[in-house]
Design a protein around this ligand. Structure first.
Ligand SMILES: *Cc1c(COP(=O)(O)O)cnc(C)c1O
Length: 418
């Protein structure tokens, strides 16, 4: 059966002998991964099961269902919308197949995935080690919300694995949280080292892989326990919905799904459908975004009006070697510093015709932002510098427009401020 061929195969790196047929590629997984061949009504696409609850024909059917749920190994039907939905389940299987995990659980947003995972696993008195440069709201959740429940967080510099190891408190640390690539400097975590430290100290490891997508990087193949994505970004790919996902081992994901039934962060079936539809083109979109981003990074690096370019595909990036070893592509985001101040940088952005000025990334439309004005507006130049955010920094999240059109657009905007 196609379903088994595509979902139940171990990840590439774990195949071992090399005599097995290789696992399907990203685009095949994106289109067919996790999908059942037979769907209701013989529909080719997964129907949107737009219901809040599920009815039983009679009391006996209810009793049979409860028996199977309580004493058997699950059931093939649903009971109530907060506990499950077939359209949502279809997306979850596809996401598990894409990341090479056993199962996946979908949430209402990326932050909902982060908070639900941490609330489900951590208890008071616990401890988290996190690399700096992590998503700002994830950091905020750990440093303020979790702290109120007696869970401490130690932040260590990205790339300093001795500091990371030293920060682990045996029997107390439950989680190592990192992100790769990070925002906005696109730092790359060494997944093998983090997984090794997790196993050595029996600490769970989590990688927020949103910027990479399963096309460019699969942390589970390196021994990471949980991979998380804001599906709002590349996975959905069209800037039209919010969702988040956690992928990992079946028993752990089952526990998270049970906790979701309590915490309540479910995705609407409509959005689940749109997400699945978006994912089918993930690999072709990301291939185009990887290609354009590398061309943009190289072009900007050679331009006299650009002071510095941050892109893991460039040899000048501090983590290029790690990126080249563990990624299949370097992603669609390029950060760079314009030669000039806050105002000149804003003028450059205003001269661009293709990208929208907007937060977020990963969709078909290119988006551009000056982090000093978007995410750090309330801070002074000095406060921003202390956080590593320069006034002239630009984050360019590349869409699927033609590479040459994007290069031409950059050229005319740079000429306009020269
Ligand atoms: C956007 C983002 C999130 C949060 O996701 P939402 O879907 O906006 O809640 C988390 N991590 C990273 C790296 C992100 O880019």
């Amino acid at each position: 059966m196609v379903q088994e061929r595509i979902t139940d195969r171990p990840a590439n790196r774990l195949n071992g002998s090399g005599r097995q047929r290789p696992a399907p590629g990203s685009s095949t997984r994106a289109v067919h991964g996790g999908a059942r061949r037979r769907k209701a009504y013989g529909a080719l696409t997964m129907p949107i099961v737009q219901t809040a609850t599920y009815a039983f024909n009679d009391t006996q059917e209810l009793i049979d269902f409860m028996d199977r749920k309580t004493w058997g190994d699950g059931s093939d039907r649903e009971e109530y919308g907060r506990y499950g939905n077939p359209t949502v389940a279809a997306v979850e299987s596809k996401l598990a197949a894409l990341d090479g995990g056993e199962d996946a659980v979908l949430y209402a947003s990326g932050m909902n995935a982060v908070t639900s995972l941490l609330l489900s696993v951590l208890s008071s008195g616990g401890h988290v080690v996190m690399t700096d440069d992590c998503y700002r709201r994830t950091r905020q959740f750990c440093l303020t919300f979790l702290k109120r429940f007696g869970i401490e967080t130690t932040i260590v510099p990205m790339g300093d694995y001795a500091a990371l190891e030293a920060a682990i408190i045996p029997k107390k640390t439950r989680f190592i949280i990192s992100e790769s690539p990070t925002n906005p400097y696109l730092r790359i975590a060494d997944l093998e080292k983090i997984a090794h430290l997790g196993k050595k100290y029996r600490v769970l490891t989590l990688i927020d892989s949103t910027f990479a997508t399963p096309v460019n990087q699969r942390p589970l193949e390196w021994g990471i326990d949980f991979v998380l994505h804001s599906a709002t970004k590349y996975l959905s790919g069209h800037h039209d919905l919010l969702a988040g996902v956690v992928v990992g081992q079946a028993d752990r994901i089952r526990a998270l799904r049970d906790a979701r039934g309590v915490l309540g962060g479910v995705v609407d079936p409509q959005n689940a459908y749109l997400l699945e539809r978006g994912i089918k083109t993930l690999a072709v979109r990301v291939a185009q975004q990887n290609r354009t981003a590398l061309a943009v990074a190289r072009y900007l690096e050679s331009h006299p009006r650009i002071e510095r370019v941050w892109y893991p595909g460039l040899e000048s990036h501090p983590d290029h070697t790690t990126a080249a070893a563990q990624m299949r592509g370097f992603g669609g985001v390029v950060s760079f510093e314009v030669a000039g101040d806050l105002e000149t940088t804003g003028r450059f952005i205003d001269h661009l015709r293709i990208p929208y000025i907007a937060p977020s990334l990963g969709g078909v439309e290119s988006l551009i932002e000056q982090p000093a004005l978007m995410s750090y507006y309330e801070k002074t130049t000095e406060e921003r510098l202390a956080l590593g955010i320069k006034d002239n920094l630009v984050r360019f999240a590349i869409g699927i427009e033609d590479t040459d059109d994007i290069l031409d657009d950059l050229e005319q905007a740079l000429a306009a401020i020269s």
